[in-house]
Ligand binder design. Structure first.
Ligand code: SF4
Ligand code: SF4
Length: 338
């Protein structure tokens, strides 16, 4: 929720937005207008990357204001489609079968679309997936945040049916929902959401004696949803360190991260490839031999441009599997230095 009382109208959220180029006086004017409930060009130019919520120094959650107005003013043409899509994604039956375990993994919709990313002994725990456990963040991207909010409780309640004390989130979006958004909606989450990076790190620590350091330099592709849960970032760093992976310093990482830009296609907002190319070239020029993605959507969205530039993409989970010798390291790209 946007916290107007915390906003001191510094304008940083829009001045530092990776997608909207604006100076401070204009940013302040737009913020004032939006706080008064008015429409501004920010609403259409925003690609819903969540970055401003992390950028805001006072934690006022400016994206939540933007999202509310995007919905109020029907900003995205896809809004009607999104409402129809709600019916496609909703699980309307009664859930009768689910595992009962102290620790489970939720794979969201990726069990069906990306089963190859959750193979091997690291994923040998009870798992739930599919529509009943969909996290609905897609609809926040679509400019219909109310649909995301409407379904948040049912996701939490269905996961709670398993009796799990810990729910490992395969997808960063699910973790954002359980760790940040649902509590923000006033929903009590009766288990501990565990980010995939924390889980993989703990498994590597258990098998420390088996780790063969990979000795590779990679760029990390920090996904949009990580903007909502920055406190877990240290798990990614610790995982890389344990696996013998160097995360190169580059322009588009950490709080300067550029999302995969694929959301532009969903929003009818133009060709994402020039932005993706900026990101990939930044990685290569920073000495990366590969780019590690946490989100399967980043893997898919960046694949074509990364391939053109000879930069292999690796799923974060596969880094842990490689370090344990479960799978081979792919052919790496030749690093470039600026
Ligand atoms: S969500 Fe992203 S694109 Fe939208 S205003 Fe915030 S930083 Fe800019
Ligand atoms: S929402 Fe945050 S970053 Fe934006 S103007 Fe207000 S205080 Fe500054």
């Amino acid at each position: 929720m946007f916290k107007a009382d915390l906003c001191d109208l510094c304008g940083d959220c829009l001045v530092k937005c990776p997608w909207i180029k604006v100076d401070k006086p204009q940013a302040v004017e737009w913020m004032k207008a939006m706080m008064a409930g008015q429409q501004t060009s920010v609403l259409r130019r925003c690609i819903t990357c969540f970055a401003c919520n992390e950028i805001c120094p006072t934690k006022a959650n400016p994206f939540d204001l933007i999202a509310r107005l995007q919905e109020q003013y029907d900003v995205f043409n896809s809004k009607e489609i999104a409402k129809l899509e709600e019916a496609n994604y909703a699980f309307t039956k009664t859930l009768t079968k689910y595992p009962s375990s102290e620790r489970i993994m939720t794979a969201c919709l990726f069990q069906k679309t990306h089963p190859h990313l959750m193979q091997g002994q690291l994923y040998d725990l009870p798992r739930v997936s599919g529509k009943p456990y969909f996290c609905w963040l897609l609809f926040g991207h679509w400019g219909v945040e109310s649909i995301q909010k409407k379904h948040a409780r049912e996701m939490v309640d269905r996961l709670a049916l398993t009796g799990a004390k810990e729910v490992i989130c395969f997808h960063d979006d699910c973790y954002a929902m359980l760790a940040t958004l649902a509590p923000g909606y006033g929903i009590e989450v009766p288990f501990r959401p565990v980010h995939l990076s924390e889980y993989l790190l703990s498994r590597l620590q258990q098998h420390r004696d088996r780790i063969k350091p990979l000795n590779i330099s990679v760029a990390y592709q920090r996904p949009c949803a990580s903007r909502l849960t920055p406190v877990k970032e240290h798990f990614v760093d610790e995982l890389f360190e344990l696996a013998g992976v160097t995360r190169v310093r580059r322009t588009y990482d950490r709080d300067g991260a550029l999302c995969c830009a694929n959301i532009k296609l969903l929003l009818g907002d133009g060709d994402p490839r020039p932005d993706q190319e900026k990101n990939i070239l930044d990685a290569k020029q920073s000495g990366a031999q590969a780019m590690v993605c946490l989100c399967p959507m980043c893997l898919d969205g960046l694949a074509a441009v990364a391939s053109v530039h000879g930069l292999p993409l690796i799923f974060l989970g596969d880094i842990a599997r490689m370090a344990l010798g479960e799978i081979a390291v792919p052919a790496l790209g030749g690093a470039e230095r600026a």
